[in-house]
Design a protein around this ligand. Structure first.
Ligand SMILES: *[C@@H]1O[C@H](CO)[C@@H](O)[C@H](O)[C@H]1NC(C)=O
Ligand SMILES: *[C@@H]1O[C@H](CO)[C@@H](O)[C@H](O)[C@H]1NC(C)=O
Ligand SMILES: *[C@@H]1O[C@H](CO)[C@@H](O)[C@H](O)[C@H]1NC(C)=O
Ligand SMILES: *[C@@H]1O[C@H](CO)[C@@H](O)[C@H](O)[C@H]1NC(C)=O
Ligand SMILES: *[C@@H]1O[C@H](CO)[C@@H](O)[C@H](O)[C@H]1NC(C)=O
Ligand SMILES: *[C@@H]1O[C@H](CO)[C@@H](O)[C@H](O)[C@H]1NC(C)=O
Ligand SMILES: *[C@@H]1O[C@H](CO)[C@@H](O)[C@H](O)[C@H]1NC(C)=O
Ligand SMILES: *[C@@H]1O[C@H](CO)[C@@H](O)[C@H](O)[C@H]1NC(C)=O
Ligand SMILES: *[C@@H]1O[C@H](CO)[C@@H](O)[C@H](O)[C@H]1NC(C)=O
Length: 328
């Protein structure tokens, strides 16, 4: 299901990252590199650790059908390698590694945990397998995008591997093969704006500690095996714009606290085992709601007068439930 406005957030996030100083200035780096070749080598090769870490990562890539890493070789400064950007203020220090949609096969090596200036790691849509290594030294990391790979292991271990990345704003590990239950510790990533763990094999209940992530705008936990009630605390990150819990085994009522998130644009609770009546105030407060999916649950009772007042609503699915009465 496409959620177009989330794409806009991606752009917003990127712009913020750029403002924060991840400048990509290839020409300047070229000049520095070639200009400094003779006597001032140390300026450019200021940190060989980053170069070694990248080479170590490359060695663990077992298939690169498009030759994406063909220029990762001796003749070229590592800041000029495809997908790599470096800091301007700290020459040679890698700030971005962006290798999405390249059909790369391999493992994410622990050496990436040595790129201590890294702000952004994007390996989306490849064939990376194995577990997420410890990235605990990456205290500057803001964007981690690993969607659509075949990463394995327990979400608890993945959380520990990131425990010190307290600046993380964007955490996207959807469409992988993670198992286990979401740890309460998830609440300690208090700067998260975007969290997507959908399409894994997560079990257990949704921890109430999401209420700690007050900046959260987008939360996607759909298509897992989550069970139990939807915690009312999810109503706490009160600027949330999208909450997607579809395709789990969630039961109990739709908590009335969710109706307090007046910023919600998308609410998708479809394909669960939710029961009982909808909170009566659902139409009063969710005035900006554009997408509401509650289909394929065991919900019952009257449909609140939400159709009349949720005037922004463009997509509504209440099908396959036990609703009665009239739509007004
Ligand atoms: C190079 O990077 C390593 C690993 O992050 C760090 O420990 C070391 O202090 C850095 N050295 C310099 C000169 O910046
Ligand atoms: C990745 O693989 C797909 C399917 O084999 C192919 O269509 C696509 O062009 C490949 N992309 C790259 C960058 O090699
Ligand atoms: C990651 O890379 C993909 C391209 O493969 C891009 O579409 C996506 O926007 C990037 N994600 C982030 C968070 O920058
Ligand atoms: C990380 O860098 C240190 C040196 O700063 C080195 O001793 C260690 O082997 C590196 N770890 C990996 C996994 O590359
Ligand atoms: C987090 O960083 C601190 C200080 O650098 C370190 O002592 C601690 O072991 C790190 N935590 C983990 C889980 O690696
Ligand atoms: C909630 O946030 C506070 C302050 O940021 C932090 O000290 C605490 O550990 C967090 N709780 C959880 C469960 O993450
Ligand atoms: C999820 O876990 C269940 C039970 O362990 C297993 O049967 C199923 O194949 C797994 N699904 C995926 C997509 O990994
Ligand atoms: C919703 O918010 C109002 C005012 O902020 C508060 O009085 C009320 O208790 C909240 N309702 C729920 C169910 O959290
Ligand atoms: C719907 O909106 C109308 C006009 O804005 C208002 O009079 C009415 O009380 C609202 N109904 C509900 C159920 O909030």
């Amino acid at each position: 299901m496409p959620y177009p406005f989330v794409g806009n957030m991606e752009l917003m996030g990127k712009q913020r990252s750029l403002e924060l100083g991840t400048l990509v200035l290839p020409t300047l780096l070229l000049l520095l590199f070639y200009g400094a070749r003779g006597s001032h080598c140390s300026l450019v090769h200021g940190n060989m650790t980053d170069r070694r870490s990248l080479l170590d990562f490359k060695e663990a890539i077992t298939d690169d059908p498009g030759g994406a890493l063909h220029d990762w070789n001796d003749g070229i400064h590592h800041c000029m390698w495809s997908g790599v950007s470096c800091s301007v203020r700290h020459p040679g220090r890698v700030t971005t590694l962006e290798l999405g949609s390249l059909n790369l096969t391999g493992q994410i090596t622990p050496s990436l945990g040595n790129l201590t200036f890294l702000r952004e790691l994007n390996l989306t849509d490849n064939h990376f397998s194995g577990q997420l290594p410890s990235l605990n030294r990456l205290i500057k990391l803001e964007f981690l995008a690993l969607r659509e790979n075949i990463l394995q292991g327990n979400i608890q271990d993945a959380t520990i591997a990131l425990a010190n990345c307290s600046k993380l704003m964007w955490l996207e590990i959807s469409s992988n093969m993670l198992v286990g239950s979401i740890p309460r510790k998830i609440g300690s990533f208090s700067n998260l704006v975007f969290l997507d763990l959908s399409q894994n094999n997560l079990t257990g209940t949704i921890p109430p500690t999401f209420s700690n992530i007050t900046r959260l705008l987008y939360l996607f936990l759909g298509e897992n095996q989550l069970e139990g009630n939807i915690p009312g605390e999810l109503g706490q990150p009160s600027n949330m714009q999208a909450l997607v819990l579809k395709g789990n085994k969630l039961s109990g009522r739709v908590p009335s606290e969710l109706c307090n998130i007046s910023s919600l644009i998308l609410l998708d609770l479809g394909m669960n085992m939710l029961s009982g009546a909808l909170p009566p105030n659902i139409g009063d407060t969710l005035l900006g709601l554009e997408w509401l999916y509650l289909g394929t649950n065991n919900l019952e009772g009257h449909i609140p007068d939400l159709l009349g007042n949720a005037s922004a609503l463009v997509h509504l699915d209440l099908s396959s439930n036990y609703f009665t009465g009239q739509i007004r």
